[in-house]
Design a protein around this ligand. Structure first.
Ligand code: SF4
Length: 77
């Protein structure tokens, strides 16, 4: 992960879903050895955070989405 640049004034309630740098890929099923499956991905395209599907609790997920409150790279979609 890369260290996130911080804003001088946090914006309470702002979430990463509203940022154009959110990364969401639903994954795809594997149909054959020629078309293998691909994993679900959720995180920040600037690599400030990544959702860890098998490790993160709901509270971790919520905290990561709330990164937008203090992230200086936030850009509204
Ligand atoms: S607000 Fe910051 S941490 Fe959140 S998706 Fe945008 S760039 Fe990434």
């Amino acid at each position: 992960m890369i260290t996130m640049p911080l804003t001088s004034a946090p914006v309470p309630g702002r979430v990463c879903w509203l940022c154009k740098h959110i990364k969401f890929y639903p994954g795809s099923p594997g149909y054959s050895s020629w078309t293998p499956s691909e994993s679900f991905e959720l995180g920040c395209n600037k690599e400030y955070w990544e959702f860890e599907q098998w490790e993160d609790a709901l509270s971790d997920f919520r905290r990561k989405l709330q990164s937008a409150e203090t992230c200086a790279s936030f850009e509204e979609r």
